[in-house]
Design a protein around this ligand. Structure first.
Ligand code: MN3
Length: 199
């Protein structure tokens, strides 16, 4: 496959004040575009041409670092834009997902705290995740472009903690960005959709 950059699923100013127009312009138009462009160049002539994005991510991990970094980040950002929405967050989750979070993660409040702590605790660039592994939910963090796919899990929510994701709006206050993400930005309907496919 060839990687392509989709439009954002909302206007550039739709997530303000939690994530600004300027952040989304740089993050989507420059950073994500670079992963698409570089990924396509690195894909040419490899065994992964013609494979699906998920196959490329999993197959290149540990084998072709440059391709993996760009393909992984393309996958992560495709979902990241959809993991947010205007007036997101809140405490009203789809029922089956809320029940599973209660069962596996000790409830929504504990999940939010653990997810934010994973993001705050990721040293340097990376992501914090909610993923399904062996039928159970788990919170994790990964460096750089890595994601739960390469660890045998299916990501259903992720937050980008690279500085390009928050530095314009929050400067060095990564924990404030993470709090705004879980409280005001998460698109729980999309998380639930991925959860439904993963279990
Ligand atoms: Mn990013």
């Amino acid at each position: 496959m060839t990687f392509t950059l989709p439009d954002l699923p909302y206007a550039y100013d739709a997530l303000a004040p939690h994530m600004s127009k300027e952040t989304l312009e740089f993050h989507h138009d420059k950073h994500h575009q670079a992963y698409v462009t570089n990924g396509n160049n690195l894909l040419k002539g490899t065994e992964f041409e013609g494979k699906s994005l998920e196959e490329i991510v999993k197959g290149s991990f540990g084998k072709n670092a440059a391709l993996f970094n760009n393909a992984g980040q393309h996958y992560n950002h495709l979902h990241f834009w959809n993991w947010m929405k205007p007036n997101g967050g809140g405490d009203k989750l789809p029922g089956r997902l809320a029940k599973k979070i209660d069962e596996d993660l000790g409830g929504l409040d504990k999940f939010k705290a653990d997810f934010a702590a994973a993001g705050a605790g990721q040293f340097g660039s990376g992501w914090a995740w909610l993923a399904v592994k062996n039928g159970k939910l788990e919170v994790s963090k990964t460096p750089n472009g890595e994601n739960p796919l390469v660890h045998g899990a299916t990501p259903i929510l992720g937050v980008d903690v690279w500085e390009h994701s928050y530095y314009i709006d929050y400067r060095n206050r990564r924990p404030d960005y993470l709090k705004a993400f879980v409280d005001n930005l998460v698109n729980w309907d999309y998380v639930d959709e991925l959860f439904g496919k993963a279990v």
